[in-house]
Design a protein around this ligand. Sequence first.
Ligand SMILES: Cc1ncc(C[n+]2csc(CCOP(=O)(O)OP(=O)(O)O)c2C)c(N)n1
Ligand SMILES: [Mg+2]
Length: 525
Amino acid sequence: MKRRMNGGQALVRSLAAQGVAVTFGVPGAGQYEAVDAYFDTDGIRYVSCRNEQPTTQMADGYARASNRPASALVVPGAGLFNACGGISTALRSSSPIIVISGSPEDRLKGASSSLWLEPITKWSARATSPAEVAAKVPEAVRAACSGHPRPVYLEVAAPVLTQEEEVEIAPPATIEPPAGDAAALERAAAMLSDAERPLILAGTGVHRSGASAALAALAERLPAPVATTTAGKGAISDRSPLALGHALRAYAPLVEFAQSRDVVLAVGTQAGPAGLLGVDPDRVIRIDLDAGVLDTGVGAADQALAIEADARLALETLAALVRPGRAQDPTAAIAALNGVRFGDTEQLQPQRSYIEALRAAIPDDGILAYGMNQMGYYSRNYYRAYAPDTYFDPRGNLGSALPIAMGAKVARPDTPVVACCGDGGVLYHIQELATAVLHGIAVTVVVFNDNAYGNVKRSQQEDFGGRLVGVDLRNPDFIRLSESFGVRGARVEDASALRRELERAFAGDQPVLIEVPVGELKRVY
Ligand SMILES: Cc1ncc(C[n+]2csc(CCOP(=O)(O)OP(=O)(O)O)c2C)c(N)n1
Ligand SMILES: [Mg+2]
């Protein structure tokens, strides 16, 4: 049924109708009517941020925690440029976020921001009437969520928001992910059934497609060990006797193990086993939704196969098709490898104790968003993830842990969510503590404070003969700073105190900042 409305209403009502439940934004030019529409549109929430980069980072965190799309609404020009850091992170984390901006009136006939956003968005369009807004939103959501999930951009020209016309709000787009070519899946099942030493490498795609149960079923049936990429952590529970942990090139015993396998199935990973672990491409089967990454690292031999398919559907099919019995029981080898991995790091203190305190305090379904800091780097290999969608990677973007964690907390308000920050990274977006207080986002922020861009500093010490440039930091008093935002601050000096403060934070429903002073930290590897 058509109803008369302005372009702003068409936008926000369409987003809500497509199941986009939140917009992170900074209001302003070219979006007044759109922001006004949140006042009385059901099913969608508007969270105002204090800078545009966090709008896209929070949308990214929301998407990762919920596997649902989220949106960011920002002013064109500087606002959209500010948002780009978060868009590029979402691109790398395969997060379906919809970035929306206006364009100044005189741009209607000129260049669109789509042009310069092209390298970091999968799809973009410009809407030039309210009806077109309503038509483009479902397209945007479909583009973001189908195939390889990724950021998209929709530009709505300012005059369109005020313009009124009869508009039809479309029902939710249905997305049918590809199940994969049946013959190819049969061949893959036969190859896996015949393998004596199969290995599975799981990536982000397993999270995005909700494929964890199917992954566990296939792994148990064969049986096969499962390693994950960094962002894939949690695809299989690290409690499983089949979990090999993080696939890490620097960890020689694991690389050797991977290279000795006769068939390696890689699912939902852009890097793939050839790139990540140096596995012979002729022994690789890849399953991916993205034709662009699918063929890379897959050899020409009979034993190599690339299948374009949704991870969950393909893994369900494979789990049903494989004939178990041929593969050797890998559990002893896995236990030995994990023993070496964890044994090796006994001397790596205090990282080990602090990460174990985090693990002990955070419940199995709780979320850890780590940042580009030394404790975060340590967590990649030694934080055990017990459930899908519980371990978030910053994808190289310093400062993203706090806003990503906040977006995740908006998606899952009843789940503890921790941002693992350094003193360098946390000050990128510390102002978002104001957002957390205003919008009741009870995130827990842990700041490991070494008064330095510590990992860069260590590199200068070890690789540049101690010629320190630009790495020592002068910090605010983190406790007084957080208290000035209305956020409880606590300083802890050891791992057991950290655990207690985390548990106290999770028991409350307020944002909390915990500062952990640390000295210089050793290199992880
Ligand atoms: C946007 C961005 N800028 C710069 C960097 C480079 N960088 C990576 S880690 C780091 C230092 C981080 O310092 P801190 O957050 O205090 O963590 P620490 O290394 O001290 O543990 C820097 C500058 C980056 N990864 N991303
Ligand atoms: Mg630091």
